[in-house]
Design a protein around this ligand. Sequence first.
Ligand SMILES: NC(=O)c1ccc[n+]([C@@H]2O[C@H](COP(=O)([O-])OP(=O)(O)OC[C@H]3O[C@@H](n4cnc5c(N)ncnc54)[C@H](OP(=O)(O)O)[C@@H]3O)[C@@H](O)[C@H]2O)c1
Length: 250
Amino acid sequence: MAEQFSPYNLDFRGKTVLVVGGSSGIGNGVAQAFRAAGAETHVWGTREADEYRAEDGSDLTGLHYARVDVSDFKAVAELDLGFDRLDVLVTCQGTVAYNRKEFEIETFRRIVDVNLNSVMACCMRVEPLLAKTAGNAVIFGSIAGLHASIGNPAYASSKAGTHMLVRTLGETWARYGIRINGIAPGLVDTKLTKVTTENEERLDLQLKKIPLRRIGTPHDMAGPTLFLASDLASFITGQVLVVDGGRLLA
Ligand SMILES: NC(=O)c1ccc[n+]([C@@H]2O[C@H](COP(=O)([O-])OP(=O)(O)OC[C@H]3O[C@@H](n4cnc5c(N)ncnc54)[C@H](OP(=O)(O)O)[C@@H]3O)[C@@H](O)[C@H]2O)c1
């Protein structure tokens, strides 16, 4: 008999989700969406919980928060997760450096460690749990990983790396029933992008390049993430979905 489409496939009740970098910005929006969909939702960030403020795009209400520096790979490998079931991993950690800092090798290395190497560390850490639930991961890349970024060689390279990690882990871990997909956002209003959003001239220039004529919000990223993590996407793996208001079309 043909499988029935169910509008309830975005129901995450009974599921456990970990959003790395879920303490602010896109990750926080994604984490709150999973919570609203019923998931037990864990988030990791770099600060003490009481340092996060709503006005900075952080809402830890209803989320299980832990302070974890994912660029400390040994710590990630040895970490007591605090949960023994995992259905969905979302990696939303990310950082960038401006003023040609990414042309200094130490900074280049730090950015690649946070944006790419830590993604592998997190995936490796939870792979046995995802195998048990036939779970999946959604890895945040960027459209900056799909075109050259004149001042940010580390950010662009690290994001391009995450896209290839999606494809490679997607193929490799399919044998365990684990799906791996990615999202490549365009410009989204978070603390990471204040250098653009708080500069009228720069923002205007960017808006002219976005066919939908607005920048994205964490909420815009949540829908595609829940879709990829849900049964609605059960035959999709190794794919990176561009969510950019049409920025790359022209
Ligand atoms: N905003 C955009 O326009 C845009 C576009 C394309 C792709 N992205 C990607 O989307 C993801 C989310 O970025 P965002 O814009 O939401 O920026 P954000 O608000 O700065 O969020 C970044 C998150 O990563 C966490 N983080 C950074 N370094 C970490 C580390 N070493 N260990 C653990 N967590 C760490 C941050 O923790 P704290 O809260 O403690 O700082 C925060 O939760 C990133 O991968 C970014 O590259 C963003």
